[in-house]
Each structure stands twice: as structure tokens, then as C-alpha cells.
Design a protein around this ligand. Structure first.
Ligand SMILES: [Zn+2]
Ligand SMILES: [Zn+2]
Length: 244
């Protein structure tokens, strides 16, 4: 059983703490006993590759992706193999509303390298919505053999429930993320649109001390993208989660 936290923001997200740098994120993941982490900044993959490199040195497998905002304002976690990351980024860049970011209001959006140097700053607001529907994003991510997970589905904002009321029929999600205190069994009893689905829990960390505060055990055979995907898809309906 491998401990995974697949929803972590970096200093690139306007709401991500300035301490969420590649080095700090990986050292915290090591402290928390995580073996797999997902880097999911809002609508940008810019910090992923550097964190993946730092993680590889410390024995942490990093899934590269983003938390994409669909046109319905639903947050979805999307991961692809590194070779497809630029294509995913071009897809987001071509579909997001480019509204200028005011760092004093929303926060800085920085790309940081392993030496803690700022290497880029994004000048448009990354939390804006794209013009792609949840179904379109799902289809595109799967066309890249990626992983598609609606985020925090039971949250009061930017979720499948808050924006749509239910999980769209036929949506080919690889798993559904539920919030830390949620009970997947109870959710499935109340809502037949999620019945039979597999649920995962993650921290949605914006600060270093939140990393690993919620996690899911994955049964991986090897630390590769395809095997981690297989393990996510096959998480049992009653998976082993942890919340601290
Ligand atoms: Zn979110
Ligand atoms: Zn998030």
C-alpha cells in the first residue's frame, strides 16, 4: 500500500503559499511518508517538471497535471505523462479567459526552480474558467491517456455538486475526489449518480503543513504513470483513506 496525496498547489497558484516551492513540497512529502503526490495548480502545469525532478531524487513519484476550471466553474484534476504535459498546457492556454492578475489582490503566480529562484511569473489570473465543458476536458485528457478526477465533488463551491447538482451521466471519470470529512458510502447512498464510483481523498494543500493531511492508499506495483493510473481506477468503493 502506497500513500498518495494527489492534490497539491504550489506558489504558482495565486492562493498557494509562498513557501510552496519544489524543495519544500518534496521535503514535506518525505516527512509525511507520501510516495506519490500530484501537483495541481489552477490551470497551469508550469511548476510540475521541476518538482518531478526534485521528487525523483528523494524517491517521490510526482504526477504532473493541473486543476482545470471548466466552463461550468467545476474544478477537475487532470494528470498526463510528462511527454504530454506541454500539449495539456496548450489546451488550457487556448481556452482560459486571460484576465490580468493583480498580485496584491489575488496573490503572486510564480514558477520556482529547485534552487528556490523565481524563473517566471504568470501575469493573467490562473483561477479564471476555461471555455471547455467538463465532458470536453475529460475527453481531451483521455485522448492523451491521462487521468481525470472531478475535484472535491461535495464541496460548497467549484464542485460537481455546487455547479451541476449531480455527476453528469456517462462522465468517464477515473475516480471522484471527496472532501476530507466526507464518507463515500453515505454519498453513494444519497446520490445514485455517484453509486459504484471509486472515491479518493487528498489534502488540496495550499500550505506546506497541509501536505498529507488527507491521502489515499494506492495498491501500486511500480511507480510508473500507467500503474498509478491503474491503481487509481481500481481503488475500491470503500478505499482506505486517512485524515489527520
Ligand atoms: Zn478546487
Ligand atoms: Zn485545489
Amino acid at each position: 500500500m502506497t500513500r498518495a496525496d494527489l492534490h497539491i498547489h504550489t506558489v504558482l497558484s495565486p492562493c498557494g503559499d509562498i513557501e510552496m516551492t519544489p524543495v519544500n513540497i518534496i521535503s514535506r512529502a518525505v516527512e509525511e511518508g507520501l510516495k506519490i503526490i500530484g501537483i495541481t495548480d489552477h490551470n497551469s502545469t508550469l511548476n510540475c517538471k521541476e518538482i518531478k525532478r526534485v521528487g525523483a531524487d528523494q524517491g517521490i513519484f510526482v504526477l504532473c497535471g493541473a486543476e482545470i476550471t471548466t466552463k461550468e466553474e467545476v474544478h477537475v484534476l487532470c494528470f498526463v505523462e510528462e511527454e504530454h504535459l506541454d500539449e495539456l498546457q496548450r489546451y488550457i492556454d487556448g481556452s482560459i479567459a486571460k484576465i490580468p492578475n493583480d498580485p496584491d489582490v489575488f496573490g503572486y503566480q510564480l514558477a520556482v526552480n529547485a534552487s528556490e529562484e523565481v524563473v517566471a511569473q504568470i501575469d493573467y489570473l490562473l483561477i479564471s474558467a476555461t471555455d471547455k465543458s467538463i465532458e470536453e476536458v475529460c475527453e481531451f485528457v483521455h485522448s492523451l491517456d491521462g487521468i481525470f478526477i472531478p475535484a472535491h465533488i461535495d464541496k460548497g463551491s467549484n464542485s460537481v455538486y455546487s455547479q451541476l447538482g449531480f455527476l453528469p451521466f456517462g462522465l468517464d471519470a477515473d475516480a471522484l475526489e471527496i472532501t476530507q470529512r466526507a464518507d463515500g458510502t453515505l454519498l453513494a447512498e444519497k446520490d445514485k449518480s455517484v453509486r459504484g464510483k471509486n472515491f479518493i481523498k487528498n489534502s488540496d494543500a495550499h500550505y506546506p503543513d497541509q501536505i498529507g493531511s488527507a491521502y489515499t492508499f494506492l495498491e501500486v506495483n511500480e511507480l510508473s504513470f500507467s500503474d498509478v493510473k491503474r491503481a487509481i481506477v481500481s481503488v475500491a468503493e470503500k478505499p482506505k483513506h486517512g485524515v489527520k
